[in-house]
Ligand binder design. Structure first.
Ligand code: EPZ
Length: 418
């Protein structure tokens, strides 16, 4: 059933909220269970549509998956398929993360080639090039990547572009390859570090995760493990902006401030107060929001996954700001929806010029992708009047009960059938 979120705006947020486990850490970590035989236990796994998709894929591959609340147990000893079908890959591109582990465990993989995506072309050429360098033979047949490698051999791999899931895929292939692998210009995102930590607990030998050079010494086999998923830094950042746009005062519990340095810095430049307290971050909005430019970059730069949300804050700021998107070529799809609420934004190529100080007014708007939907909810919280965000299945891919968490902070919003 299609649902929409109805928001009655202009209510100040107050109180405290706890962040969930990170979607983009949980996805590769659940997949890493494919590298072992026996039960792995993962805690703090968020209940999201993308997580259900990856569990479905793992089950289809022959793994046993057992969920109880936020605890997910996976046993891949029965792994008996090497195929990720089109139907799953097209609903979630991160399904390509099974490529590396399947090659490492079974010596072959058949994975639907993901098509384009609302936010950009998003090729996976660098995943494939790296796997070839580890010795895989790769061809494209009927829309599927067919990869084969009787054995993988360590290699020196250089990524032309920093790629998060590319780095994760290659790490998962190299842990069981023979000899040494070096990944250069590797992604440094906290989710990459979290995956490396889990793999090391399984017995892998990885050093340097979190730096641009990751070194891996292959081992014969890995053992099941237990671990806890790190808190979601993008969910945290989204709540921080919610406090900013409603001039609220909220406490965000369970986050890792160190993963949020770029966001915290930008919010402070915008005049928002962010204080570190014993159990989390306190964020206090400012009457006058200061306009500030922002450019998305790979970690530790400002995350592309926070660009749409930050733009809403800049719509309310006291002047002009330039928002540059350097990661995805089409990630301004939220702009025309926010414009319907009264925002003054001009997009030119990869930059958006936001003229702050306009009043946002409620309107019916449509979600187009995960982070765009989050920005529309934020705009609705800030606007005068009622906003209806339709197609909320996008938001359910990556935010756990967002309307309940925001309502708990005093936001007036609820979910209704469309
Ligand atoms: C991850 O996507 C995240 N997804 C994205 O989260 C996030 O926006 C993105 O990293 C950037 O931070 C997961 O972790 C599951 P990339 P990923 O490969 O790995 C180009 C969300 O909302 N590239 O780091 O697919 C690519 O086109 C999402 O939660 C190649 O050219 O992103 C892009 O311009 C959406 N060739 C840049 O690299 C390749 O082979 C970075 O993309 C791979 C990537």
């Amino acid at each position: 059933m299609m649902q929409k979120i109805v928001i009655e705006g202009s209510h100040r947020l107050e109180g405290s909220v706890t962040v969930s486990g990170a979607k983009n850490a949980a996805l590769p970590i659940l997949v890493s269970a494919l590298l072992t035989e026996g039960w792995n236990t993962f805690d703090n796994v968020p209940d999201l549509r993308d997580i259900r998709t990856i569990k479905k894929l793992l089950t289809d591959l022959g793994a046993k998956v057992d969920t109880s609340g936020s605890v997910v147990k996976i046993d891949a000893s029965g792994l008996n398929s090497h195929e990720a079908p089109y139907d799953l890959v097209r609903t979630m591109r991160a399904s390509v993360l099974v490529l590396g582990p399947l090659l490492a465990r079974l010596g072959r993989a058949r994975v639907s080639l993901p098509g384009g995506c609302a936010i950009g072309a998003r090729p996976i050429n660098l995943h494939l090039k790296g796997l070839e360098e580890l010795g895989a033979l790769i061809s494209l047949k009927e829309g599927y990547i067919e990869a084969e490698a009787p054995s993988l051999k360590g290699a020196e791999i250089y990524f032309d572009i920093s790629t998060v899931t590319g780095t994760e895929n290659l790490m998962m292939a190299a842990v069981l390859a023979e000899g040494h692998t070096i990944l250069r210009n590797a992604a440094r995102e906290p989710e990459v570090v979290a995956l490396a930590e889990v793999l090391n607990r399984m017995g892998a030998r990885i050093t340097g995760a979190g730096t641009p050079v990751i070194k891996i010494t292959g081992v014969e086999a890995l053992n099941p493990t237990s671990s806890t998923i790190i808190p979601d830094r993008i969910e945290t950042g989204t709540f921080m902006i919610a406090a900013g746009v409603t001039r609220g005062n909220i406490k965000i519990q369970g986050c890792v401030p160190n993963h949020l340095q770029a966001i915290i810095n930008k919010l402070r430049q915008a005049g928002i107060t962010v204080e570190q307290e014993a159990d989390g971050l306190r964020v206090t909005g400012a009457e006058t929001i200061l306009s500030t430019d922002v450019k998305t970059l790979p970690y530790p730069g400002f995350p592309t996954d926070m660009q749409a949300q930050f733009m809403v804050l800049m719509c309310l700021a006291n002047g002009l700001s330039v928002i540059s998107e350097t990661i995805f070529e089409n990630r301004f799809i939220h702009v025309s929806e926010i414009q319907r609420m009264g925002a003054d934004i001009t997009v030119s190529g990869t930059s958006a010029v936001v003229r702050g100080g306009q009043r946002l007014t409620g309107a019916p708007v449509m979600a187009t992708d995960l982070r765009a939907s989050a920005s529309l909810i934020l705009a609705g919280l800030a606007a005068e009047g009622t906003t209806e965000v339709s197609r909320v299945y996008h938001i359910d891919r990556g935010y756990e009960s967002i309307e309940k968490k925001l309502a708990q902070l005093g936001g007036h919003l609820w979910r209704v059938p469309e």
